[in-house]
Design a binder for this molecule. Structure first.
Ligand SMILES: C[S@@+](CC[C@H](N)C(=O)[O-])C[C@H]1O[C@@H](n2cnc3c(N)ncnc32)[C@H](O)[C@@H]1O
Length: 266
């Protein structure tokens, strides 16, 4: 089914969960074409000098509580190379099975950096969201934070709708019945949920609904990420500096998609 080999960093720990295939190489990217082919990816997207988001930010952006993740099979899709979410979840005392997918692991430098981490969870998979190397229905939760929607969006400007359709269908495929996916960001500073449904993601999310999935769009406000007040200053026409502090907690900054796969009917 899969036509390339995934450099799996730790084979053993996840061998029961995933269906590995050993049939070749992960596709090599031609950067110039990486936004035109739906199976391509943009390499070295993890290399952000340690600006990876951790557990707290994942909770805020995704609208989740760490306690609810106990015992779950979780896919962190586009984890970033240091897999901060999986390590901090473990450090917080939550025992969950977090598998981290990151196409940059096909580059040795990233594998080395990752495997040197003292608290590396050893559940790292080099793959792309458009072709997930996992068997059907094996995750309770799929999280994607600033990953696939940034690098393969349905936007008419610079996006790739086929790539988006592919990762959406792959996410649905790997979700267990009763499982859910939380994916963000869908758009910066949306005005409303309706706006998301009317724009690029709308038809794709509607299609999922037609397939029987429970799909919703949730707005993310400043207060959700712990930011409520904003200060600024300006010099008025008399040369006097005026300070302003305003409440910005209700301002919308982003949106996430929540896709739930229904339980199988008895
Ligand atoms: C900006 S980092 C975000 C890392 C982390 N989720 C965070 O919020 O800090 C983007 C991640 O998306 C991954 N990525 C890019 N294209 C991808 C694709 N097609 N499939 C899966 N992951 C992808 C990158 O390798 C990287 O791990």
């Amino acid at each position: 089914m899969w036509n390339y080999q995934l450099p799996i960093i730790n084979f053993q720990t996840i061998s029961e969960l995933v269906n590995f295939q050993n049939m070749g190489e992960i596709p090599q990217n031609d950067e110039s074409e990486s936004r035109s082919s739906y199976t391509s990816w943009i390499s070295e997207t993890s290399d952000r000098q340690g600006r990876e988001r951790g557990l707290e930010t994942y909770q805020d952006y995704l609208g989740i509580k760490k306690e609810d993740l106990r015992g779950k099979d979780i896919l962190d899709l586009g984890s970033g190379e240091t897999e901060r979410f999986s390590r901090e979840l473990k450090a917080a005392g939550i025992d969950a099975n977090v598998i981290c997918v990151n196409p940059d692991y096909s580059i040795e430098r990233f594998r080395k950096a990752n495997s040197a981490l003292p608290d590396w969870q050893k559940k790292s998979v080099a793959a792309i969201a458009q072709e997930l190397p996992f068997k059907d229905e094996c995750f309770d939760e799929v999280f994607a934070v600033y990953s696939i929607t940034v690098f393969a969006s349905p936007s008419k400007i610079g996006g790739n709708i086929e790539a988006t359709k592919r990762w959406l269908s792959e996410i649905v495929r790997v979700l267990k019945p009763g499982g859910e996916a939380r994916i963000m960001p869908l758009r910066s500073f949306p005005k409303s949920e309706e706006q998301i449904w009317q724009e690029d993601y709308g038809p794709l999310l509607e299609d999922l609904k037609k397939q029987g999935l429970d799909v919703s769009v949730e707005l993310i406000r400043y207060k959700d990420i712990g930011h409520t007040m904003s200060s600024s200053s300006h010099m008025n026409k008399d040369g006097v500096i005026e300070e302003f502090t305003e409440y910005v907690g209700d301002k919308i900054i982003d949106a996430r998609a929540v896709i739930k796969k229904p339980h199988e009917e008895q």
